[in-house]
Design a protein around this ligand. Structure first.
Ligand code: HEM
Length: 215
């Protein structure tokens, strides 16, 4: 019996299997735009999302798992786990940017986040649209709660970035949509050239779909 050569061959086999084994990767969903086909929809560039997400008004490589260009001048970035959704809204405007979840008709019933940066200070609001063309006051004005856990924004060279996080299920029904891992979520979006949150969007609006990862 040539025991030593046999043991050597076995060791080499185990080492080879360990090296070629697939590393677990976070699934990168392919988001679908319903009204604005996205040339670069899909996974954000870079590696798996950084575990150190923080709302700082800067969208860095690998910070988000997915992105969707809902229009040529507006990209929505997002990542989620079983509990939290984090989003980065990046738009070519010096006014407000907004995203809304699961409207019924037009803007009606949408769970909206609207944000803007004025004199270097970001305001990001958890809102709810009361009708097909608004208004969309903060949830707190309607008897609900502000459920944005972290928020930040920046404005540089004509681009505004708004970042926020929230729980998938905030418990603030009916003002916040209950989201679930793996869900395809219909969204509406809008942009303004102004920081005044009240007048209608004058820099674009539309709808799309994003898919959350199955955590
Ligand atoms: C800031 C105050 C806002 C006002 C006064 C306003 C007003 C309106 C009006 C009047 C329309 C109908 C436009 C038309 O038929 O030509 C409309 C449509 C729309 N708005 Fe707003 N809006 C506001 C904010 C927002 C926000 C924050 C969002 C997104 C989160 C949004 C998303 C949309 C979308 C997607 C449509 C088209 C809906 C459709 O036709 O299916 N709006 N809005």
């Amino acid at each position: 019996m040539h025991l030593i050569p046999v043991l050597c061959i076995l060791c080499l086999c185990f080492a080879g299997a360990a090296c070629t084994g697939q590393q677990p990767q976070e699934a990168a969903p392919a988001p679908v735009a319903t009204t604005s086909p996205s040339p670069d929809g899909g996974a954000d560039p870079g590696a798996a999302p950084s575990p150190a997400w923080g709302a700082d008004g800067v969208i860095s490589n690998g910070e988000y798992a997915s992105r969707l260009a809902v229009s040529p001048g507006y990209t929505v970035h997002w990542r989620n786990d079983a509990d939290l959704l984090t989003m980065g809204l990046e738009a070519q405007t010096e006014g407000w940017v907004a995203v809304g979840f699961e409207p019924t008709t037009r803007m009606n019933g949408a769970d909206i986040v609207q944000g803007w940066v004025e004199d270097g200070e970001a305001t990001v609001q958890d809102q709810f649209s009361l009708g097909p063309t608004g208004p969309h006051p903060p949830d707190t004005d309607l008897g609900g709660t502000d459920d944005l856990l972290e928020r930040a924004g920046s404005e540089q060279n004509g681009t505004t970035v708004i970042e926020f996080s929230r729980r998938l299920d905030t418990g603030d029904a009916p003002y916040d949509t209950v989201l679930a891992p793996g869900q395809t979520v219909s969204i509406i979006w809008a942009l303004s050239s102004s920081d005044d949150p009240t007048p209608m969007h004058d820099a674009g609006w539309g709808s799309a779909e994003i898919t959350l990862v199955a955590a």
